[in-house]
Ligand binder design. Sequence first.
Ligand code: LLP
Length: 421
Amino acid sequence: MDHFLYRDGALHAEDVPVAEIAASVGTPFYLYSTATLVRHFRLFDEALDWGPHLVCYAMKAASNQAILKTLAAEGAGMDVVSGGEYRRARAAGVPGERIVFSGVGKTRDEVRLALEGGIRQFNVESEPEMQVISEIAGAMGVTVPITIRVNPDVDARTHAKISTGKSENKFGIPISRAKEVYAEAAALPGLKVIGIDVHIGSQLTELEPFELAYRKVAELTEMLRAEGHEISRLDLGGGLGIPYTPSNVAPPLPTDFGAMIQRTVGHLGCEVEIEPGRLIVGNAGILVSRVIYVKQGEDRQFLILDGAMNDLIRPAMYDAYHDIVPVVQAEPGAEKVPYDVVGPVCESGDTFAKGRMLPPLKADDLIAFRSAGAYGAVMSSEYNSRPLIPEVLVHGDQFAVIRPRPSFDEMINRDTIPEWL
Ligand code: LLP
């Protein structure tokens, strides 16, 4: 459920008409709903109420400071994967003890940054990384909690580019080598091994792959405890999918996910962390765009928008489906026509949808891409020298620009000219 609904035929974000925001901010822009964000966070939090837990929002999905602050005020932890994300989390007021640091290639600078600023735990992904963290922590005279990310070799049954738990993927250590890697970690100074981390992929639409992975983690917990390791925390990653298409079977809900976690690892008495990103922010955001032209092709009509692949890369990159809706609701029973929905960027990959059935649209009409809150703004670029588009947050009947559109001069003047030119 989200808070982008029609009222009297006009698409609203909570209590604000989307067209009103478009008139004030200009198109295209990302638009987020506070109520949806908060609702989704609370669903996860409540789903884990059966035991000690922390929901660490995977801020790679959408990392605007206003979004982070909204979630931090709810008590969210943060899952970060770079020094930039760590700094963003801290800037939003998240204390170090609520930040977990994931990622396969943490640099020495990033490790130092987190050790100096405070960190709940590093999710370690390899032996060389473990040695580097140990060395730096040792030199600083501190001991840092770590979990080790295991690769359970489970097929997440999702898009290949966002599948992370198969042995051919670069993530984690092979679960078959866990015993020796944990022994090595326990012997290293500066590290306190406290748990296990696992994350098998994103946009999972079934619970079974999670369940398989978590059962392996439960077995591993018992094995490692028998070896004398204190395993008191399980970071079970993110990955629960959202319904992108109106027709497909809805993925399991956070409540089902939480119950499955209890079933698989609840008996171990560990503190549980999860790292959801997409489910918290995906349906809490839309991308609003305007039709520039309707162009008649040889055998099809093109809807040419002012939004493009640089603003929302997911269709080009993952063949992702995003529901497209008109901001002014079509008359009930209005006939639909097929459009190829495209942006103005100079490559054919700049196609959002082919043969999409929509009510008849004309130049200047507004449309919205639904489910665009996750991996939308954060993956955008200035390709074709199109400035990054604004982000706007709605809260009840108020809205605020939370990242303004840069001016063309700002964009151009970031470049510097060498003295020989
Ligand atoms: N934890 C780790 C270690 C991750 O790598 C990810 C996502 C998450 C948590 C959050 O997963 P979520 O709950 O959002 O599924 N750009 C792609 C998605 C990439 C996901 C990368 N890792 C897309 O647009 O579909």
